[in-house]
Design a protein around this ligand. Structure first.
Ligand code: PEP
Length: 253
């Protein structure tokens, strides 16, 4: 319903070694020789697979993204990947603040905010994740919780081009569980996110920022989410590991 370019993003998580990534990338390039007008597609493989996937998707209208980044430019940060490293591997997007990173690796809103600033300074588009736990949802505090995350995650950000900053709303209870939020649930929170973005950045910028839904999105349910005013695409985990499913979702976008 909006005129924002839709974004379908695949999060491969910790799946696929180099050979597996090459195979899936080839299948995707073959399944998506073109994408519908007004739709953008990005795949986010593990860091060790980035260059391999980049080589394989060159001819396809598929962009490349990282799953995480560290904000320092270089140096003694064992195990980390910088913005310039992602860029040199071909990435133009990067997921930050995924709930798995917040839960298992103690990533905070302050970290997410620093990562967003570093990525944007490097010209990489963040896909900044937010979302509430089941406990928060059951207490009826989900809107309040996510609005607070958005305020912290966007603090001091300067957005020159709103198409280059993306938010993904992923209710944690719907990730990898097969339990999806309803399209109305997604719109409730995505609408509140948009209203918060209006407060933080002003109406014009807020109108250009893509807000994705994520959480057990699949070919059979994606259309319902995308009908909603403030849902501009999907962040897809499980279903992004099967080329046919991911391609079917892109075609429905
Ligand atoms: C995700 O973790 O980004 C995600 C949406 O996973 P799934 O689609 O598997 O629920």
């Amino acid at each position: 319903p909006s005129n924002r370019t839709r974004l379908i993003a695949g999060n491969w998580k910790m799946n696929n070694d180099v050979a597996g990534a090459a195979k899936l990338a080839d299948e995707l390039a073959c399944a998506l020789p073109e994408v519908p007008e007004g739709v953008e597609v990005v795949v986010c493989p593990p860091a060790v697979d980035l260059t391999t996937v980049n080589d394989r998707i060159q001819a396809a209208p598929i962009a490349l993204g990282g799953q995480n980044v560290y904000w320092e430019a270089s140096g003694a940060y064992t195990g980390e990947t910088s913005c310039d490293m992602l860029k040199s591997a071909g990435a133009t997007y990067c997921i930050i603040g995924h709930s798995e990173r917040r839960d298992y690796f103690h990533e905070t809103d302050e970290d997410v905010n620093r990562k967003a600033k570093a990525l944007m300074a490097a010209g990489i588009t963040p896909i900044s994740c937010c979302g509430e736990s089941l406990e928060v949802r059951e207490a009826g505090k989900h809107v309040e919780f996510v609005v607070d995350q958005i305020k912290k995650d966007t603090e001091g950000l300067e957005i020159a081009d709103p198409s280059k900053y993306v938010i993904a709303y992923e209710p944690i209870w719907a990730i990898g569980t097969g339990k999806t939020a309803t399209a109305d649930d997604a719109q409730e929170v995505c609408g509140a996110i948009r209203a918060t973005l209006v407060d933080v950045f002003g109406a014009e910028t807020a109108a250009g920022i893509r807000v994705l839904y994520g959480g057990s999105a699949k070919p059979g349910n994606i259309a319902g989410f995308l009908e909603k005013e403030d849902v501009d695409g999907a962040l897809v985990g499980g279903a992004s590991l099967k080329a046919a499913d991911f391609a079917a979702m892109v075609e429905k976008a």
